[in-house]
Ligand binder design. Structure first.
Ligand code: NAD
Length: 312
């Protein structure tokens, strides 16, 4: 299997690359805006992976680099939903147009298989436990909107140009080499401020948290087992954990266990944040895959790993 991983030097991409190199050569296409060469350095050194440092918005370059592969994994995106508030074109460009470019390069090069990283944010603001068919509420962030647009484009390319696609709607993914997200934010704030930790919202936001190795495993499990032309799966544990729990764990894991946590208040961390989300992993479970770690376990392991990355 010759894999082409757009965004492969990032957090999830580098963990997936760890697995894909076992199946054949991997090309990582990444502009290193967030991702790091160090995350994939061992595979580059062993010759099992190659890095093309380029932008997904450069369609000619993308097409040229993609030719000759069997599978495209598209992970490049604006990683932080709340950045769309200050830069309203960000998700349109880095989400929707980027996904169009990936699909268009696949059409031109006749690479037939695509794995896409979508998100539970496509379900919008609903406290219901969402399964794959539950798209009744529309997304409430520009990030979620661009993920749903990406899914729609993929569905159209599957129908019109004969692609096969695996779309995964992830919960919050956490673990070593994290590049963003609440736990990393909290640890960096603690490194800088030491005595206090400011947390957006009231801390009661609760979401499913998925260990990044469970994420990579689930992606490949579905890829191996699911046989439709368009395969859509939630990939998240069925339980949730809270932001206040993450804040407590970060303080305890830092060199500043007496730091005071200050909650800014309000139900949402920022406009567009879904305060409570729950996802139903039953469809992937019916194929035989179970997420190994609960949300709480995933968060505990992630905080431990990230604390040693931040504090040394
Ligand atoms: P990440 O930022 O670590 O990885 C994205 C990678 O894409 C980075 O290496 C970055 O350098 C690269 N990239 C970004 N823009 C690019 C561009 N224009 N051209 C080329 N490369 C570019 O983030 P991640 O957490 O690994 O997320 C991977 C994917 O999973 C994203 O699509 C994200 O939206 C999705 N996702 C992540 C989570 C999560 O909690 N981490 C949850 C749901 C969905």
């Amino acid at each position: 299997l010759r894999s082409f991983v757009v965004g492969g030097a990032g957090f999830i991409g580098s963990h997936l690359a760890d697995r894909l190199v076992e199946r054949g050569p991997v090309t990582i296409y990444d502009n290193l805006s967030v991702g790091r060469r160090a995350f994939v350095a061992s595979h580059l050194a062993s010759g099992r992976a190659a890095l093309v440092e380029a932008d997904v918005l450069d369609l000619e370059r993308l097409t040229e680099a993609m030719a000759g592969h069997d599978l495209v994994v598209h992970l490049a995106a604006n990683p932080e939903a709340r950045w769309g508030l200050a830069r309203t074109r960000l998700d349109l460009d880095q989400g929707t147009i980027a996904t169009y470019n990936v699909l268009e390069a696949m059409r031109r090069t006749a690479v037939g298989r695509l794995i896409f990283s979508s998100s539970g944010t496509v379900y919008g603001d609903t406290a219901r436990r969402c399964a794959e068919g539950d798209l009744g509420a529309l997304p409430i962030s520009l990030y979620g909107a661009s993920k749903l647009a990406g899914e729609a484009l993929i569905s159209a390319y599957v129908e019109c140009f004969g692609l096969t696609a695996w779309i995964y709607r992830f919960g919050n993914v956490v673990g070593p080499r994290g590049t963003h997200g609440a736990a990393l934010d909290f640890l960096k704030k603690l490194r800088d401020r030491r005595t206090e930790l400011e947390v957006l919202g009231d801390g009661r936001q609760s979401k499913p948290y998925l260990d990044v190795r469970d994420c990579a495993e689930g992606i490949l499990f579905g890829f191996d087992q699911a046989r439709e032309r368009l395969n859509i799966y939630n990939l998240a544990p069925e339980d949730t954990t809270s932001v206040s729990r993450i804040a407590d764990l970060c303080v305890a894991a830092s060199p500043y266990p007496d730091a005071v946590i200050r909650y800014q208040g309000g139900e949402r961390g920022w406009p567009g944040d879904v305060p409570r989300s729950r996802m139903d992993p039953g469809k992937l479970a019916a194929l035989g895959f179970r997420v190994r770690h609960t949300s709480d376990e995933a968060v505990r392991m992630a905080v431990e790993a990230l604390a040693s990355e931040v504090f040394g």
